[in-house]
Design a protein around this ligand. Structure first.
Ligand code: GTP
Ligand code: MG
Length: 149
């Protein structure tokens, strides 16, 4: 089954949006496999966004991600990577569709409240990066027959 790494960024935590953001994935029907509040060190933030290392905003981005605690999550389900990206909305909250997390809850690209993996491969890479052995929970959600045909 497919998994994605979702993270409430420091602005989302500070603004009291943790529950609101978790709720959107939970209500959609995806299964939560890992969850923690975490103060990210600089080297991990740099590794997470390694593909953006050459961008002019990279130092600002790393500073933002380590500026306060984040909420790390692993979510599982069919097509969860692309679906989560749709629920999150486009990178710039001003052009993100209403109804999406960023479209409803943010106004600045550098304060866009949530992260979601952009491919299944990156989902696995990021879950391995942010969670240690034993932090993910193996469990079956008993509502699966009501969510999956
Ligand atoms: P993530 O889910 O956080 O990975 O966002 P994304 O996939 O929608 O965008 P991308 O991976 O391209 O960029 C990662 C993050 O860098 C964004 O979420 C923004 O917080 C930040 N970012 C991207 N582009 C810009 C930019 O032009 N200016 C600034 N200040 N930040 C940017
Ligand atoms: Mg990205």
């Amino acid at each position: 089954v497919e998994r994605t790494y979702i993270m409430v960024k420091p602005d989302g935590v500070q603004r009291g949006l943790i529950g609101e953001i978790i709720s959107r994935f939970e209500r959609k029907g995806f299964a939560l496999k890992g969850l923690k509040l975490f103060q990210c060190p600089t080297d991990l933030a740099e590794e997470h966004y390694v593909e953006l290392k050459e961008k002019p905003f990279f130092p600002k981005l790393v500073k933002y991600i380590v500026s306060g605690p984040v909420v790390c999550m692993a979510w599982e389900g069919p097509g969860v990577v692309a679906s989560a990206r749709k629920l999150i909305g486009s990178t710039n909250p001003l052009t993100a569709e209403p109804g999406t997390i960023r479209g409803d809850l943010a106004i600045a690209v550098g304060r866009n409240v949530v992260h979601g993996s952009d491919s299944p491969d990156n989902g696995e890479r990021e879950i391995a990066l942010w969670f240690k052995e034993g932090e993910l929970v193996e469990w079956e959600q008993n509502n699966a027959p009501w969510l999956l045909e």
